[in-house]
Design a protein around this ligand. Structure first.
Ligand code: NAD
Length: 462
């Protein structure tokens, strides 16, 4: 056990903690400085606290330490980055054994994906837990920001920190809180400024310490939760609510296509009622959060032998079908023109899982492209966030015109701002066969028709 740290936060009363926060005496270590961890680390450093970021990605660490801001699609943090790097309030390292002993508060923002069998993969968080066992400074606070299942912290994470021989004791050598992150990629700064923070510690004192820390840095409303598992349950419930509601609209959207009803008009009307929350249909639900979070709840139920969570399971089934439904719409439109997918040139517009971010984790575009490959289409891809890149085994185009020129079909998969500005007549003038499948309600159907497009849209019956 290392004893280098001078501020044993666990042993301090709340008054001294406030004093130390005001005087920037705590040292922060953020492990995992990716999409969520880097903005978090920058916020702590910007509040005046000396902050070190740990990451296994050597390129990322090198980039940060040489003053290059890596998250180009997260506005406002670039200026904070320049400031805290020049003030030497923030630096990065790949060496956790150096960073942990010098820190009073350790924040984990590590990936929590799932494996190919949809089982949550907590390997990186558990491997860091065993490093915490070896290198943590005595009396430190460990905060888990990663999204994990309710009970994971209590049943799996803490025992690894304690070690096989229980060389570290919870509440004596270290304490743990969950502060699950709820910010949205691309909007992290605005979310950090306004969203309440959920904090649940392993005891009330830990909850209070973690709350005072986050209140000091972010100045937002704090939601104290009774324990870690309730905090994690709240985080998952919020996201899974969205997954389920999107599935509900996707299912209706497929019905409305057959009934000749435009889902967008239905949603516009429903939105007028104060207790309706609008969710939009689309080509599928991707990203590092929503699909994984649903499987985390399904995994919790399975582990308890509680069988299935039927609504979540059905929602996943529907949302995972949407990339194939996109292909069904394409096949239908091509048939109208006497063509098949084989040997047709199809332009996929947008590969990010959501608009205006550079992120392809679990993106529906991947399944769509795989299916087009199987059907032997010639595929062109354009995404303003991935220019001349290699994505899903295809080289992406340099611009929109290259992608759509001479193509037989366009799939509007992601609602990036650039795509919202396209005049439908452009498709008609550039494409060989003017088939457009709008997966995100981007095009106005009347204008599309007027422009002479063979138009299909998810949920867009006419
Ligand atoms: N991205 C989001 O939209 C979002 C929103 C809210 C919460 N979350 C949750 O936050 C957590 C982090 O997600 P993210 O999107 O920032 O992931 P990310 O992949 O962008 O970043 C994770 C970082 O951790 C690093 N890393 C992996 N293993 C490591 C190890 N053993 N030691 C040190 N560093 C390691 C990676 O190199 C990467 O830089 C996840 O649990 C996620 O579910 C994500």
């Amino acid at each position: 056990m290392n004893e280098f740290s001078s501020h044993k936060i666990m042993a301090m009363n709340m008054e001294n903690i406030q004093y130390s926060l005001q005087n920037n005496e705590f040292r922060i270590c953020v492990v995992g400085i990716g999409r969520i961890g880097l903005p978090t680390a920058l916020s702590f450093a910007n509040a005046g606290l000396n902050t070190i970021g740990v990451d296994i990605n050597e390129n990322l660490v090198q980039m940060i330490n040489s003053g290059q801001y890596p998250l180009k699609d997260e506005p406002e943090f670039d200026k904070i980055f320049d400031k805290v790097i020049s003030e030497k309030k923030f630096l990065a390292t790949t060496d956790i054994s150096v960073a942990l002993p010098k820190s009073d508060i350790v924040i984990l923002s590590l990936p929590t994906p799932m494996d190919k069998n949809y089982v949550p993969d907590y390997s990186s968080i558990l491997s860091v837990a065993s490093n915490i066992n070896k290198f943590l400074s005595s009396g430190s606070l460990v905060i888990v920001e990663s999204t994990v299942e309710p009970g994971f912290i209590e049943n799996d994470f803490i025992p690894v920190i304690e070690g096989k021989n229980k060389n570290l004791k919870l509440t004596i050598d270290f304490t743990v809180a969950a502060c699950p992150e709820t910010a949205n990629p691309g909007e992290i700064m605005s979310d950090f400024k306004k969203l309440p923070r959920l904090v649940g510690g392993i005891d009330e004192r830990t909850t209070n310490i973690a709350s005072s820390l986050y209140k000091h840095v972010f100045g937002v409303e704090m939601m104290s939760m009774p324990d870690c598992k309730t905090a994690n349950a709240a985080k998952l419930t919020g996201n899974v609510f969205r997954d389920i509601n999107i599935a509900f609209i996707n299912e209706l959207a497929m019905l409305f296509e057959k009934l000749g009803i435009d889902t967008m008009k239905v949603l516009e009307a429903c939105d007028k009622k104060y207790n309706f929350q609008t969710h939009y249909p689309g080509a599928g639900v991707g990203g590092p959060c929503l699909p994984v979070n649903s499987y985390q709840f399904l995994n919790s139920a399975r582990r308890l032998d509680d069988g299935v969570l039927r609504i979540i399971e059905a929602a996943r089934e529907i949302n995972e079908h949407m990339p194939y439904h996109t292909i069904e719409l394409l096949v239908d439109a091509l048939n109208e023109k006497g063509k098949s997918v084989k040997d047709s040139t199809i332009a996929v517009l947008g590969v990010s899982y959501k608009p205006n971010v550079r992120d392809i984790q679990l993106a529906p575009a991947e399944e769509i492209i795989k299916k087009l490959d199987q059907l032997k289409a010639n595929i062109k891809i354009y995404d303003p966030y991935f220019i001349n890149a290699e994505i899903f085994s295809h080289k992406t185009e340099e611009n929109l015109f290259n992608a759509i020129s001479n193509s037989d079909g366009v799939l509007l998969v992601t609602a990036h701002n650039e795509f919202k500005e396209i005049d439908p007549t452009l498709f008609k003038s550039k494409m060989k066969t003017p088939i457009v499948i709008d997966c995100r309600g981007i095009l106005d159907m009347r204008s599309a028709k007027k422009a002479g497009l063979v138009f299909r849209g998810i949920g867009r019956g006419w």
